[in-house]
Design a protein around this ligand. Structure first.
Ligand code: PHE
Length: 500
């Protein structure tokens, strides 16, 4: 029998009565594990060895875990400080113990919750007491963490806890063990010759006519291969591209404009009173920049008048103070509706002849409290349609068509209030995992108080919807931080299904 060299080496290193792993064989044959795997599959196909597949788990200590390996688990630091302060005899003020323990920031919560969970003591009314019946001398989690770091085994339930605490990572993989079959043993006894075979045809082979005599290795498309984690487009970016293509397919054109803009374009053109709650520092990011110089004077005047007096003979304004200095302040835009006001005002150098359709898929910034549905920045899908006659069914129909392209067919609408639209609708979808109604956007028909000063004579329906919420409805993600921003898991980025 003739076999390629790696197969002969693997066959020689294999045994009929002990199953050997790919790693062991790689060590014995001095071949890279990928080569051994390839050879093993070929030998299995030839019936000379049998392969057994096993699921393996590899465990590694995370950076936070390493930090505790160097110091110790925060709850143990807390315990020691409490003990030193005398909390085994009487309750001690928590602040004093934390200071002694030198625990700060997130470490305080970590220390306290694990301290209580392990019943090392209790905290009541701001005082800490040590439980005399437990001792942390042999903390199973500390021991397991060191064992894992040393490459040893640890108890499964303790590992579960460590994983939940984010101190270890567990990854599943498959590995193979290999045993000689009877045919394999016979072949070895009869003697095997090395056949010269190559897995790559080179220019040299061709020019020297060697190719005629060469044996080529067969392709094995089933062999386990090394995992390559190359660059890839972020799932959110893929969705942005898809949204853009859908809107372009629906006849929309893309708007462009500054992320940092005058409040005039962000708020004042939208008939948002200058004392509106959304215009305080609680909501918007004001930049420490000189005020915007270039605003169209006549438009500034019309917007000011509208804020004070309203539009038309029946109109009414806010009568509250309106100052140009506020309008000229530069903010990070809190919505991309600033682009819509710029375009509708003719600032973008496009002539508007009804019907017109414009969109953008861009970032907006809000001084929100970060939680599962809010970040300080997010992507808005902005859009508007300008036409001679528009009504609410046109708006609802557009949403229905748009969302249907993403498989979302159960939209709900709820009347709401915006200073710049009347009527206004919030848009809701059902989350596929939690079945909860999630707000996904806001919309309406722009009011005369917005359109008249801008000089728009037709009807305009408009909306701003959240890209991340659309993504959550599509993928079942439950936390915006899982899809946008620095907390996104690398594993998710590497393995998430292609969205577009
Ligand atoms: N600007 C609104 C928001 O940020 C969205 C919107 C745009 C609503 C246009 C109506 C019209 O939520």
């Amino acid at each position: 029998m003739k076999l390629p060299e790696p197969q002969v080496s693997v066959l020689n290193a294999a045994s009929a009565d002990t199953a050997r792993s790919i790693e062991e064989l790689a060590e014995k044959t001095n071949l890279p594990p990928e080569t051994v795997t390839g050879a093993a599959f070929a030998l299995e196909e030839a019936g000379l060895v049998s392969l057994e597949e096993r699921t393996t788990e590899s465990v590694s200590v995370t950076p936070e875990g390493h930090e505790y390996l160097e110091t110790q688990l925060p709850e143990l630091t807390l315990y020691q400080a409490a003990l030193e302060a005398g909390a085994d005899e009487s309750p001690i003020e928590l602040g004093e113990v934390l200071e002694r323990a030198d625990l700060e920031g997130s470490r305080v919560d970590i220390a306290l919750s694990n301290f209580s969970r392990k019943e090392y003591g209790s905290v009541e009314d701001g005082h800490i007491t040590i439980n005399p019946t437990t001792t942390p001398d042999e903390d199973p989690e500390a021991e397991a963490l060191s064992a894992i770091d040393a490459g040893d085994n640890a108890d499964q339930t303790v590992m579960d806890t460590l994983e939940r605490r984010g101190l270890i990572d567990r990854q599943e993989g498959t590995s193979y063990t290999l045993t000689l079959t009877e045919d394999g043993v016979t072949a070895l006894m009869e003697g095997i010759e090395v056949s010269r075979s190559v897995d790559q045809l080179t220019a040299d082979h061709l020019t020297t006519d060697q190719w005629e005599a060469l044996n080529f290795t067969d392709y094995n498309v089933e062999a386990g291969a090394e995992r390559v984690t190359g660059g890839r487009i972020h799932p959110l970016r893929q969705l942005i591209e898809r949204v853009k293509d859908v809107l372009i397919g629906m006849g929309f054109q893309e708007m462009e404009g500054p992320h940092a803009d005058a409040e005039f374009w962000i708020n004042d053109c939208l008939f948002m009173p200058q004392d509106h709650p959304a215009r305080t520092h609680w909501d918007q990011f004001v930049l420490d920049l000189p005020p915007m110089q270039e605003l169209p004077d006549d438009l500034v005047e019309r917007v000011r008048e509208t804020h004070l007096e309203g539009v038309g003979s029946e109109g009414d304004g806010y009568h509250s103070p309106w100052t140009e200095s506020v309008a000229r302040r530069i903010d990070l835009r809190g919505h991309t509706t600033s682009l819509s006001s710029r375009y509708l005002a003719g600032e973008a150098d496009v002539d508007l002849e009804p019907p017109e359709r414009y969109f953008s898929v861009e970032k907006a910034y809000r001084n929100d409290v970060i939680d599962a549905t809010h970040l300080l920045e997010f992507f808005q899908i902005e859009g508007w349609v300008l036409a001679d006659e528009l009504s609410v069914p046109d708006l609802m129909g557009t949403f229905t068509d748009f969302y249907a392209q993403f498989g979302i067919t159960n939209l709900e609408f709820k009347p709401t209030y915006n200073p710049y639209t009347e009527p206004s609708f919030e848009l809701f979808g059902t989350h596929p995992e939690t079945n909860e109604l999630v707000e996904i956007g806001n919309s309406g028909m722009f009011r005369p108080e917005m359109l008249e000063p801008l000089g728009v004579e037709a009807d305009v329906m408009a909306w701003g919807i959240s890209l991340e919420r659309l993504m959550m409805l599509m993928t079942g993600a439950e936390d915006i931080r899982d899809v946008h921003g620095t907390l996104v898991d690398l594993e998710y980025l590497r393995t998430e299904e292609v969205i577009y």
